[in-house]
Design a protein around this ligand. Structure first.
Ligand code: SAJ
Length: 429
């Protein structure tokens, strides 16, 4: 390092106000910020929502996630975590903002781009930017491009040139399972892809400080692809189970028995069918892979279509049950995209409830322990949100859409005399 560079770094140290700035305090950013703070880092969480910033600064959380509440509360109390609407100068920047699907199932990285633009003016030599948001391949390079445009005074890392760059830019996908985020943040292996090997190494220093799994080093494009492949793998496998359930309906066999017995083969491991695939990951990310190679990604695209169709198939079966019980009511158990969480994003259960409620809301009783009010999609319909017991008293038809723990005690006594449609095989388990 030249004398001039040493002075630049010293100046940077003077101006740094946080060890780590986590941009986006959602399902990934907030738990990550809280875990980092619990490992002694001085973390500033940044969000565009004043409500989120106020809630976190008051030691609260705006999302339901196991163990998160206590972690955030303690970090705020210990003053290792704070939240802000503004990006501070930091040593590390983690971008954990949404990357939604745009029109025609094309990935929309506008939030990542605006996070990069917000970071740019604050960057000091020696800083490291890590993208964690699930992103189409090439997004990390796009972040580097934005920084280069905004900060011509900084040297950008160049592919193939190990030591180049005043800042490091890397991609490290989040891989945590909603409901187990706090635990998996620490225990999962991490894949860390740098724009250059030095960038990956710089990012790895941060992850090694709190990750107990392995930190696996690669380049940014491979790391971006790995994330999309993981979720596509799961989507394809769930699609197999969902297709099997539709075939089983057609040929009149019990899909749960078929799967249970097939899985006794040492090399077969079929996943579980459900009412469709939801959440903001598995139902979305495979499209990012398709977008990169639309002609080639035939299986991945078909899996998405099969899983989307499973929700339509489920809805049609419920409609048939309602047609066969004129005037009868149906209790829909669960709206979340999977058990024991309050996340309704891309939830097939919610989509099914919404479509049914639009046509015959007065016959729909919704039971969802993870909400106190009907979600906006069901507002304005005649559907009723109610508790489990009254719903079971009133309904002729019971549909298990989500196998929440709160429903798992249900047995013959509770359901006797009812028409039961168990989309999750909960009663079989
Ligand atoms: N599902 C089934 N049958 C199954 C398993 C799941 O129908 O056998 C459904 C669930 O009900 C849900 C959907 O699939 O609707 C997705 O649930 P999930 O538990 O498989 O996954 P997510 O979306 O909660 O989290 C996934 C995880 N990815 C993988 O397991 C490969 C997680 O590790 C990722 O970090 C997360 O996506 C993400 O953020 O990308």
């Amino acid at each position: 390092m030249t004398e001039q560079e040493k002075i630049a770094v010293a100046d940077a140290d003077d101006a740094i106000t946080a060890d780590i700035a986590v941009i986006g305090l959602g399902y990934i950013g907030l738990p990550t910020a809280a875990v980092l703070a619990s490992y002694g880092w001085n973390v500033c969480g940044v969000d565009v929502s004043p409500h989120v910033v106020e809630t976190v600064n008051a030691g609260g959380v705006h999302i339901e996630e196991r163990d998160l509440d206590g972690l955030v509360h303690k970090a705020i109390e210990d003053k290792t975590l704070s939240a802000s609407l503004d990006v501070p100068s930091a040593r590390y920047y983690m971008i954990a903002v949404p990357t939604p699907l745009g029109d025609n199932k094309a990935p929309n990285i506008a939030y990542v781009e605006s996070a990069a633009r917000a970071i740019a003016p604050k960057l000091l030599p020696g800083a490291c930017i890590i993208v964690e948001s699930t992103s189409p391949v090439g997004t990390t390079e796009r972040v580097a491009e934005i920084i280069a445009e905004a900060r011509p005074d900084l040297r950008m890392p160049a592919f193939g040139d190990i030591e180049s760059g005043d800042v490091a830019i890397a991609y490290c996908p989040e891989r945590v399972l909603p409901g187990r985020i706090v635990n998996e943040l620490v225990h999962n292996d991490r894949v860390i892809g740098g724009v250059t090997p030095a960038c990956a190494e710089s990012a790895a220093k941060l992850y090694r400080s709190f990750v107990q799994g392995d930190c696996l080093i690669t380049n940014a494009r491979v790391a971006e692809t790995v994330k999309l492949v993981e979720n596509s793998f799961r989507d394809v496998n769930i699609a197999f189970a969902n297709e099997l359930s539709i075939i089983a309906d057609k040929i009149g066999v019990d899909v749960w028995d078929v799967i249970k017995l097939s899985n006794r083969h040492p090399r077969v491991n079929i996943l579980q069918p459900g009412p469709g695939v939801g959440g903001h990951c598995i139902a979305v990310d495979p499209w990012f892979l398709v977008a990169g190679a639309p002609e080639e990604a035939r299986l991945v695209r078909t899996a998405r279509e099969v899983n989307d169709h499973k929700a339509v198939h489920t809805e049609n079966r419920i409609r048939a049950l309602l047609d066969a019980a004129p005037g009868g009511k149906v209790a829909l158990l669960g709206l979340a995209f999977k058990p024991d969480i309050d996340d309704f994003r891309e939830s097939p259960a919610l989509e099914i409830a919404e479509n049914l409620a639009k046509d015959m809301g007065d016959r729909i009783l919704v039971v969802e322990p993870f909400t106190e009010a009907l979600p906006p999609q069901l507002e304005g319909t005649d559907a009723t949100l109610t508790q489990l017991s009254p719903a079971l008293r009133e309904a002729e038809i019971v549909v298990i859409l989500v196998d929440h723990t709160a429903f798992k005690h249900l047995g013959a006594d509770d359901l006797g005399g009812k028409i039961v449609f168990d989309t999750r095989g909960m009663l079989k388990k």
